[in-house]
Design a protein around this ligand. Structure first.
Ligand SMILES: [Zn+2]
Length: 295
């Protein structure tokens, strides 16, 4: 039987706003996969134009970051079958049991795809912290150093378009993870965090939740998949600031495409803060965007 879904579907439809307002943050927001690709290409372009002080021609710019982004965006299809481990053969006698197994396969496939995408986004985020804040005063693990950096640079980092609302969306999706929510509240008080340091802390706590095996395979709902994508989106915006803060002359224009002539140029800081939104000036880089369903 032909599969009626793609494992990556929740990445394209996890944002579900029906307010209808023309200034809603979801209007023009790229699907997550295109956002990831746009950030990857922006880093390559900035590297090509030698806009990072330490960039040595011939080497990849921001290596761990672009490798993680490339893999996070690369996933096309995946199937997972959690019934493989079961000894229950009731599906051979009963169509209802077979359908239940089909539903569990669909959710497992979607969850595995979301987790893979999230893990590579996390890899990119940690690499971005390591490269961005090296030689600076911050201490502790990479995610803690990231949080400290975002606390010191709150005003600048909040200029990344829609970061506050994307943080609130990620927090909303994490609301049922009581340990994460409680720890976030405690950290906000203890370290006097506001946006965007609170976003960095939420990402750190959520990643610990995942990596310590506290997120079971979903049984009834795609919500856990959407949660992974919501936090992954937030990670991309945090990476955008970590990259921007290392730019030489951030106000100087950069070409928006290495390979497409005529796309135009934009100040590098404007580009890095807005590349997750559609814009005539760089829309031609992502021709798949217009054909995708995205509320
Ligand atoms: Zn809306």
């Amino acid at each position: 039987m032909k599969q009626s879904y793609k494992a990556t579907d929740p990445a394209a439809n996890y944002v579900d706003c029906t307010c209808g307002k023309s200034d809603c943050w979801t209007v023009g927001l790229l699907p997550l996969r295109d956002h990831t690709a746009a950030l990857y290409r922006a880093i390559l372009t900035l590297g090509f134009e030698e806009r990072f002080a330490e960039y040595d021609r011939g080497d990849d710019p921001w290596p761990g970051v672009i490798y993680g982004l490339e893999l996070s965006a690369s996933l096309e299809a995946l199937t997972a079958d959690p019934t493989y481990v079961s000894e229950d053969l009731s599906w051979t006698m009963c169509s209802a049991a077979w359908e239940t197994d089909e539903e569990s396969r669909e959710l497992a496939s979607k969850y595995a795809a979301a987790l893979i995408s999230f893990n590579f986004a996390w890899m990119a985020y940690e690499a971005a912290i390591e490269l961005s804040v090296k030689d600076e005063k911050y201490g502790g693990t990479l995610p803690v150093r990231g949080r400290q950096c975002f606390k010191s640079e709150a005003i600048e980092a909040t200029k990344v378009a829609s970061l506050p609302v994307i943080y609130r969306v990620a927090k909303h999706y994490c609301r049922d993870l009581l340990a994460v929510s409680d720890e976030l509240d405690a950290s906000i008080t203890k370290y006097e965090l506001s946006m965007p340091a609170a976003a960095a802390e939420l990402a750190r706590l959520f990643r610990n939740h995942i990596v310590h095996g506290r997120d079971p395979l979903p049984v009834y709902s795609e919500e856990p998949c959407r949660r992974l994508y919501a936090v992954a989106r937030m990670l991309l915006l945090l990476i955008q600031h970590l990259v921007l803060r290392r730019l030489i002359d951030p106000n100087r224009h950069i070409e928006l495409s290495l390979h497409n002539d005529g796309v135009g140029s934009e100040p590098a800081d404007v580009f890095l803060r807005n590349l997750h939104y559609r814009d005539e000036r760089w829309r031609s880089l992502t021709p798949s965007v217009q054909s995708r369903r995205f509320p």
